[in-house]
Ligand binder design. Sequence first.
Ligand SMILES: C[S@@+](CC[C@H](N)C(=O)[O-])C[C@H]1O[C@@H](n2cnc3c(N)ncnc32)[C@H](O)[C@@H]1O
Ligand code: SF4
Length: 449
Amino acid sequence: MGPVKTRRKLLQNAAPVPRYTSYPTAQHFSARIGPAAYADWLGALPPRAKLSLYFHIPFCQSLCWYCGCTTKAAQRHDPVTSYLAVLAGEVAAVAARVPAGHEVAHIHWGGGTPNILTADDIRALNATIRGAFKIAQDAEFAVEIDPRHIEADQVAAFASAGVTRVSLGVQDFDPSVQEAINRTQSFDATKRAAELFREAGIASLNIDLVYGLPHQTRESVERTIEQVLTLDPDRIAVFGYAHLPARFSHQKLIDESVLPDVVERFGQSQRMARRLAAAGYVRVGLDHYARPRDALAAKPLKRNFQGYSTESADALLGFGASAIGQLPQGYVQNAVSSGEYAAKITSHGLATVRGLELTAEDGIRAFAIEKLMCDLVFSSAELICKFGAAALPIVEEADALVDSDREGFVERTADGFRVTEHGRPFVRTICSCFDAYLGQTPAQYSLAV
Ligand SMILES: C[S@@+](CC[C@H](N)C(=O)[O-])C[C@H]1O[C@@H](n2cnc3c(N)ncnc32)[C@H](O)[C@@H]1O
Ligand code: SF4
């Protein structure tokens, strides 16, 4: 196939679609779900509910121009201190509503940059959480870390808090890329951060990389991978740059004329995938890679707002500004701005401003999409066994999808289909065929590759 045809095909198959960290996606949440619904849903959790807790820290030392996270640059520490006091208020309000017999199997601190917290802050937030919830002995505790700003006393505080995994943001080590994204980060600083955590006994290390950034080439991303491999991470996440300047205004500072086009993006992701496979990493879902010894490669996968995880819980409770929770009945989201979040927690205890109650059909589609994103399979037997005849229309949609596939993205199985290795980079596009909400409202999604 010539380059023009390749480009046209890729543009068709990589048309912007959601990342499916939830179904329906957050864009379809509405103000109909507020604190009263959240309080009811918390109260209706099973008596021995297994919980995951997510804490959002919406502050960074400086802003990277590519960033798509809900965060802001904090010039002083006072707003962080005030925010932590409000967060403690939310922890108390939520803990008072969950059943006494609950157990927390997974904790995640994300952001923003959780290591903007001082060692004292880390100890205090951990004590607040452990004082309010029953944390399982073997709970997983993951924290997102900006390696440019980590000191030994913070590492010691994370270790004594029980952190089991850290995720280091890297993105790219090439100086011209770093300059174009306003993120200067040496390999040595990153290596020092990895060593500090390992020496403190936090053995599990994830590294985040991004392709599709300004000035990146297949050769430059491969050079970054070579450097990252010397750190021997257990997991590597490789995200395609989501360029949405209308949604994240600081992305307007990115020079679009030096962004790789869709063919180059695809080439970069493929080059990284090949190099990581050669280094012995197992590809997990869409964009994660894990050492075969790592649970992510070995255990059944789940998908949630933090991406892929091995933890299945009855509910994921989100704390902090913009945090999203997932309960059996549906999704809830807190106020996005720290000011509105603080005002709501202070006055009502809960800060839910949007959400979505799942219909029976949403539940079936959510299950099918999660299976595709995690295991790359669609099983009509599993769907019918779980949901009965209500699943039949979705089974028919799957049949039609297999019949219409001209690219070899899927192959028929005894009771459905599986996504081929050729189709794996387009799994979001395949999932979008089951998305009943797509096109209902003007959307802003990133390229599928
Ligand atoms: C909360 S940050 C990680 C921790 C820390 N703040 C840092 O940057 O080192 C989460 C990750 O999201 C990814 N990310 C952020 N903005 C993105 C975008 N626009 N497109 C794709 N990935 C993005 C980056 O890989 C980043 O490491
Ligand atoms: S990538 Fe990380 S450090 Fe950079 S602005 Fe986003 S959250 Fe902050």
